[in-house]
Design a protein around this ligand. Structure first.
Ligand code: BG6
Length: 511
């Protein structure tokens, strides 16, 4: 085929996301040989930085490698300084960026034609037949969403790839709006410029190893698939706990709150993968069609099924949420939420999906807990002090320490016939010692390079997700729900556990 080259432009290159996530992910991909030959990485931002200064900022976050490797990677990185929208009557602000990209493409072309190093197997004469190198382009917007429309308009006006057979892809990060209306407004402005195939909406939870495993676990195991329904499952919990507060991000967070920050996107996406029917195939759209059906079977969350909280000072002098700079002292933004949703379809009707998410809690944990119903015809009732069965649970722990385990009841070893709960456990660090689990961003950027949209959020999914949460969010924003205070470092407000129990979750106690 034609010679190809790829330019990945990271917009917002000097910001936190780019330095902490995007560049390290690109580095890992490059190290492992997953970045196509002839790839250049261009950082673009408003800061006036010399190339070396910029590289210095990036270098700080590139770990686990020899200096030589790091320097080699940095040699494919460049930096362009510029604005994110044109000033009236001035030149389009991305025309300079476009020139740099074209220049890079020309260099590849010259090398190609001279057969300097690209295809030792073909002759220079043969290479001359190609008029142009196919210059593909990825624009990664590591930027606040307010600038998406202007930046995308600039890309469209001045920086699209133009060589025959080439493609342009645009990667955007959440938040995609604040509610259904604002998200649709954003969608409309982006889809006036790009097709759905060109837009990659990242939800980095979809890139996590154990989230990707859900499709395999559910549909490749005979002992799971027949039990995965309302006849056998009592409730499903999706839990996200962080042991730190907003820590300086309060200014952003206060406008969003925990529901927009992690529930409406990350945790709801997980819920879709737990609840969806078997797709017709593994094609990205077949899978996304099934996720969409789940979303469309979930009614907007009822305020009766929600408990919100906000962290207060902790026992060891930890600050309250309202102490974070940028947070108004009377803020009512939730930093914690437990909510219950139902998927009204044949498989799940009546099964509560309990989502619990909070910052400044007692531990770092993200897991899915599928709790099974009691065993009918309980043979061991008379032996129990409390008269309750311990329920089976299937647990998928995303982090820390990715693990899959099954809680089951067994006979406690010994002469007596006592019951105990035990675990069948697959701990990744033990079982897959030699495999480095890829970072979510690595996988997703690679998917984008390969044109695979399976793990990116489609517009209709986004609309359906916002439809579920918008009425609740509006109610909360209007001051309808006062968050319960909970101390920094605690398990969250007591009321959340009460809600969980009200809908039928059972805390396992054997006795
Ligand atoms: C982000 C949220 O999307 O996800 C953060 O904005 C949150 O508030 C983060 O801390 C969690 O991601 P991870 O991969 O660290 O679990």
């Amino acid at each position: 085929g034609y010679p190809q080259c790829l330019t990945i432009t990271v917009l917002g290159a000097s910001g936190d996301l780019a330095r902490k996530k995007t560049y390290p992910a690109l580095f890992s991909l490059w190290k492992a040989g997953h970045v196509p030959f002839n790839t250049k990485i261009l950082g673009y931002a408003r800061s006036k930085l010399e190339l070396d200064e910029f590289k210095g900022k990036i270098r700080l976050f590139l770990k686990d490698s020899s200096n030589e490797k790091i320097e080699h990677f940095l040699s494919i990185c460049d930096y362009v300084q510029g604005e994110y929208s044109s000033i009236e009557e001035g030149p389009p602000c991305f025309s300079g960026l476009n020139e740099v990209i074209e220049q890079l493409e020309r260099e590849v072309e010259v090398n190609w034609k001279e057969n300097a190093f690209i295809t030792p197997s073909t002759s220079a004469a043969e290479n001359k037949k190609y008029k142009r190198v196919v210059g593909n382009r990825i624009f990664y917007l590591a930027l606040p969403p307010v600038v998406y429309p202007s930046v995308c308009a600039e890309i469209k006006a001045s920086a699209m790839s133009s060589t025959k057979g080439s493609w342009t892809r645009v990667v955007v990060e959440k938040p995609f709006g604040k509610d259904l209306e604002s998200s649709e407004k954003l969608n409309q402005s982006l889809s006036a410029l790009f097709s759905e195939e060109q837009l990659y909406r990242i939800d980095h939870y979809l890139g996590k190893e154990l989230v990707q495993n859900l499709v395999v676990m559910r549909f490749a195991n005979r002992f799971i698939s027949p039990l995965w329904n309302r006849d056998n499952i009592a409730n499903v919990q999706i839990i996200f706990k962080e042991p730190f507060g907003t820590e300086g991000r309060g200014g952003y967070f206060d406008d969003y709150g925990i529901i927009r920050d992690v529930i409406q996107n990350h945790l709801l996406q997980i819920m879709c993968l737990v609840a969806m029917e078997k797709p017709c195939s593994l094609s990205p759209d077949d899978i996304r069609d099934e996720k969409l059906k789940v979303l469309r079977c979930i009614a907007p969350v009822s305020t009766d099924n929600v408990v919100v909280g906000q962290y207060s000072t902790g026992p060891h002098g930890q600050p309250a949420y309202v102490d974070d700079p940028g947070v108004p002292e009377n803020s009512m933004a939730p930093t914690f939420c437990t909510c219950v949703m139902y998927v009204k379809n044949e498989r799940w009707d009546g099964v509560p999906f309990i989502i619990k998410a909070g910052k400044a809690l007692n531990e770092a944990k993200c897991e899915i807990r599928v709790q099974f119903k009691d065993v009918p015809g309980d043979l061991f009732e008379s032996r129990r002090v409390q008269g309750k069965q311990a329920r089976n649970e299937f647990v998928v722990r995303l982090q820390p320490d990715p693990t899959i385990f099954m809680k089951m009841t067994v006979k406690e070893p010994g002469l007596d016939m006592n019951l105990a709960q035990s675990e069948l456990e697959l701990l990744y660090t033990t079982r897959y010692q030699r495999v480095a689990i890829p970072e979510a961003y690595e996988r997703l950027i690679l998917d984008c390079i390969n044109g695979d949209q399976q793990h990116f959020v489609r517009r209709d999914e986004l609309v359906a997700a916002w439809t579920i949460f918008t009425p609740l969010l509006k109610y909360i924003d209007a001051g309808g729900m006062k968050p319960y205070p909970y101390p920094y470092g605690s398990v969250g407000p007591y009321e959340a556990n009460a809600l969980r129990e009200r809908v039928g979750h059972q805390t396992n106690v054997i006795g």
